[in-house]
Write a protein that binds this ligand. Structure first.
Ligand code: FRU
Length: 462
C-alpha cells in the first residue's frame, strides 16, 4: 500500500491547500476517475502522481464522502507496474457487478514514446471499495478495428444496460483524428467491438474521457486541441457534450444537440457518478498546457465541486453542490462590500440591468465577473500570480472568458469561492477558473443596478 504523502483533515486546515476542493496534497492530480455511489458513499478516484507536483506515472488516488463536500482520503487504489500498465494507470470508470466493485482503466506503456506507446483497457476488482486486485488487459490492441492506432486508445467508460456491459473508449484513426468506439460484453472480461460510436471525428486531434449519462441521453467527451471558438471554447482543450440516443444493438449514438460544459479557463475531463440516484458530475479544475503556480502553493491540480446536472428543454443545466450555511445576507441597492476567501456567494436579482462583482480584492489586485453586452465576463488579468497558457487568441491573452447570460426573468448567480478558484453559475451555465491571489486579498465588492438584489454569503459546513 502506498503511503499517502498528505492527509487532509478538515476544511479548517490552515495550510496552503484549497479549503474544500479535492487535491492530491503534495502531488499532481488530473482527471476525476471511477466516480461511483457505492454502499452509501460517494467514491472519487483521480489521476494522481504522488511523487512530484508535475504529471508522472499515473496512480489512482481515492477519496470518499458522505455529503459531497467533506472528503476523506483512502489509500491509493491503483499503482502502475502490472500487466499492461507498466508506466501508468490512466483514466477510467467504475461499476458494480457480480457483488463486486470493478474499475476499468487504461494501462499505459511508454515504450520510448510516440507511436510505440501502447494503451490498453484493464480491469481491477474490489470487495470492500478500498483494496483492488488487478486482472490485467481485457480490451487489447488486437480488439481495435482496422485503421486505429494502439498508441491513442484510452479512457474506457464502462456501463451496464439491460444486464449487458458496454464500454465506450476514445481512439484515434491512423493519420486521422479522434473517434469513440463502443464495445459490449456479458462478463466484463470478454469484449466484442460493436461500432464507431459517433461516426465522426473530434474537432481537434483526439477525443478523451467519454462519459455517457444514460438517464440524460448525454455523452460528455473532452476534445484535444480543437480550433479556438470565440463563441464557445477558447481553451486549448475543450469539454463538450452531445445529446442524443444510444442504440444498444449497434452501439451507435445518434446526436441531436451539442455544446460545451464549461465556459471558464479550467475545466476538463468531467465524469458523472455511476449508480447514483442523482446526476452529479465532477471535472478537473485545471487545464493542460498551462503553468500551475504549484511550487509556491505546494500542490498541483484540483477537482471541481460536484455539480448537479440535468437537461431542461434541450439545454444542459448545472448547479453546484456544496454543504454550506448562510452567514450573512443583505439587500443591495447600489453597492456592497464584504470580505471572504472561502465560501459560497449567492446573488438574487429581479430586473437586472448591470452587475459587477469583484472578488479577492487587495491592493491593486482583484478578480471580476461583470455583465457586458449580454455575457458574463470573467477577468483574471489582475488576480495575482500569472497563469500562462498555450492559447494565443486575444481574450485568453487578456485573461478573459465569456459565458452567455440567461436573461430569463430573475437572475440568480452562485459563486463557489475557494483559495485558488472561482466557479461561477448562472442560468444553468458554468464558468470555472483557477486564480492565485495574494494571501491577504479578501475583499468583495458588488456594484449592481437592478429592481431588487439580495446578496447572501454562505460558509462551508463540516
Ligand atoms: C485526459 C488524459 C486522459 C488520460 C489521462 C492521463 O486529461 O490525457 O486521456 O487517460 O489524462 O493522465
Amino acid at each position: 500500500m502506498t503511503e499517502l504523502i498528505y492527509e487532509k483533515k478538515s476544511v479548517n486546515d490552515t495550510d496552503n491547500l484549497p479549503a474544500f476542493h479535492v487535491t492530491g496534497g503534495k502531488g499532481w492530480i488530473n482527471d476525476p476517475n471511477g466516480l461511483i455511489y457505492y454502499k452509501g458513499e460517494y467514491h472519487v478516484f483521480f489521476q494522481y502522481h504522488p511523487y512530484g507536483i508535475v504529471w508522472g506515472p499515473m496512480h489512482w488516488g481515492h477519496v470518499v464522502s458522505k455529503d459531497l463536500t467533506n472528503w476523506k482520503y483512502l489509500p491509493v487504489a491503483l499503482t502502475p507496474g502490472g500487466a499492461g500498465d507498466k508506466d501508468g494507470c490512466f483514466s477510467g470508470t467504475a461499476i458494480t457487478a457480480f457483488g463486486k466493485l470493478f474499475l476499468m482503466y487504461t494501462g499505459f506503456e511508454e515504450n520510448g514514446g510516440g507511436e510505440a506507446v501502447r494503451q490498453v483497457q484493464c480491469l481491477a476488482e474490489s470487495d470492500d471499495g478500498v483494496n483492488f486486485k488487478k486482472h490485467g488487459v481485457v480490451i487489447g490492441s488486437n480488439d481495435l478495428p482496422e485503421g486505429f492506432m494502439f498508441c491513442d486508445f484510452r479512457d474506457p467508460h464502462l456501463f451496464c444496460h439491460d444486464g449487458r456491459f458496454y464500454c465506450i473508449v476514445a481512439a484515434k484513426r491512423a493519420g486521422g483524428k479522434g473517434r469513440l468506439l463502443t464495445y459490449r460484453s456479458d462478463d466484463l472480461f470478454n469484449w466484442t467491438f460493436l461500432s464507431d460510436t459517433l461516426g465522426f471525428d473530434s474537432n481537434g486531434t483526439m477525443f478523451e474521457c467519454p462519459n455517457y449519462i444514460e438517464k440524460l441521453g448525454l455523452l460528455a467527451v473532452s476534445d484535444q486541441l480543437p480550433p479556438p471558438d470565440p463563441e464557445g471554447c477558447l481553451n486549448v482543450h475543450s469539454s463538450r457534450y452531445f445529446l442524443g440516443k444510444m442504440d444498444y444493438e449497434t452501439g451507435k449514438f445518434s446526436v441531436s444537440g451539442e455544446g460545451i460544459l464549461d465556459y471558464g479557463f479550467d475545466f476538463y475531463a468531467p465524469q458523472a457518478f455511476a449508480e447514483c440516484p442523482e446526476n452529479v458530475v465532477i471535472g478537473w479544475l485545471n487545464m493542460w498546457d498551462r503553468n500551475v503556480p504549484s511550487a509556491k502553493y505546494g500542490f498541483a491540480g484540483m477537482l471541481t465541486v460536484p455539480r448537479k446536472i440535468s437537461v431542461e428543454n434541450g439545454k444542459v443545466c448545472q448547479t453546484p453542490i456544496v454543504n454550506s450555511k448562510a452567514v450573512f445576507s443583505a439587500s443591495v441597492s447600489d453597492k456592497l462590500t464584504d470580505n471572504a476567501i472561502i465560501g459560497v456567494i449567492e446573488i438574487e436579482t429581479a430586473g437586472l440591468e448591470a452587475l459587477e462583482l469583484k472578488l479577492r480584492v487587495g491592493g491593486k489586485n482583484f478578480t471580476s465577473v461583470k455583465l457586458v453586452n449580454g455575457f458574463w465576463t470573467f477577468d483574471r488579468s489582475r488576480s495575482g500570480e500569472k497563469i500562462v497558457g498555450a492559447e494565443k487568441d486575444e481574450m485568453s491573452l487578456a485573461g478573459i472568458r465569456k459565458m452567455p447570460w440567461s436573461k430569463t426573468g430573475d437572475t440568480k448567480i452562485t459563486i463557489v469561492l475557494d483559495k485558488y478558484s472561482v466557479e461561477f453559475f448562472e442560468g444553468g451555465n458554468a464558468m470555472s477558473s483557477t486564480i492565485y491571489p495574494a494571501e491577504g486579498a479578501d475583499g468583495i465588492e458588488l456594484t449592481v443596478k437592478a429592481d431588487k438584489c439580495v446578496y447572501t454569503r454562505y460558509e462551508i459546513s463540516k
